[in-house]
Design a binder for this molecule. Structure first.
Ligand code: PXP
Length: 254
């Protein structure tokens, strides 16, 4: 503890895709319907989150085009657009101008074995999109498994951020040995990324239970959390669900 940590706040980006999932279950194809992801985003912001994350999927399973443009006009924090590296979505992102895009895999052949983007295999195509986004003033993050080859490829691509895929960590959380293996991989990947000049985010499968152990991973800037917050909101309400998560993140020491 001490001054070395002053000012280092672990940020929370709330992923509101699941709010749209509930709406689409009833109102698919309509330009209206409840619950409204934009109203949810504003509640999350009022509760203190640092950014709003949405994934505009090619199949438009949850978030729709009108959602992202309304979010852009409404929110006061940062908009993080998760997206596939697909021409149609790249075009939308360049019009939308979120603060940051996070490139994610949507098709099987884009995946590494752990479920992250295969930055090694798609290095050239990702570098082209990275440049287009940066030229438009949009930062770029790559959602990758905690694998040194993927970290190195992300640095070579010139991304500003990586988002470490915490899905395996979350999945193995209750099996101590496997959890510790995943934790070690996250620690090593974050350390390597930081040395390579990349900023480090993390996300997928994080919840109120597995968050405290994740504090052992150094150099984290932001966590993107969706399912657990939206789920908890059903019983305690969105503002309380967000505040509880922020309270758990407060003791992070980098
Ligand atoms: N980060 C990325 C890149 C994701 O694709 C997702 C899931 O949409 C999340 C974070 C949030 O994951 P969860 O809903 O499990 O918290």
């Amino acid at each position: 503890m001490g001054l070395a940590y002053a000012g280092r706040v672990l940020k929370l980006g709330v992923n509101i895709d699941h709010v749209a999932t509930v709406r689409e279950a009833r109102y698919r194809g309509d330009a209206h319907g409840e619950p409204d992801p934009v109203a949810a985003a504003l509640l999350c912001e009022a509760a203190g989150c640092h950014g709003i994350t949405v994934h505009l999927r090619e199949d438009r399973r949850h978030i729709q085009d009108h959602d992202v443009f309304r979010l852009r006009e409404s929110i006061r924090t940062r908009l993080n657009l998760e997206m596939a590296n697909a021409p149609e979505i790249v075009g939308i992102a360049l019009k939308l101008k979120p603060e940051i895009v996070c490139l994610v895999p949507e098709r099987r052949q884009e995946l590494t074995t752990e479920g992250g983007l295969d930055a090694v295999r798609h290095l050239k195509a990702l570098a082209v999109t990275r440049r287009k986004m940066n030229d438009a003033g949009i930062e770029v993050s790559l959602f990758i498994a905690p694998d040194p080859n993927q970290v190195e490829a992300s640095a070579e691509i010139g991304a500003q951020f990586i988002e470490l895929h915490t899905g395996q960590y979350a999945e193995h959380f209750h099996r101590k040995r496997a959890r510790n293996t995943e934790l070690r991989r996250l620690v090593d990947a974050a350390t390597l990324a930081h040395r390579a000049g990349l900023s480090v985010n993390a996300g997928h499968g994080l919840n109120y239970e597995n968050l405290s152990v994740l504090h052992l991973v150094p150099h984290l800037v932001e966590l993107n959390i969706g399912h657990s917050i939206v789920s908890r909101a059903i019983t305690v309400g969105l503002p309380k669900a967000v505040k509880e998560m922020l309270a758990l993140m407060k003791n992070y020491r980098g």
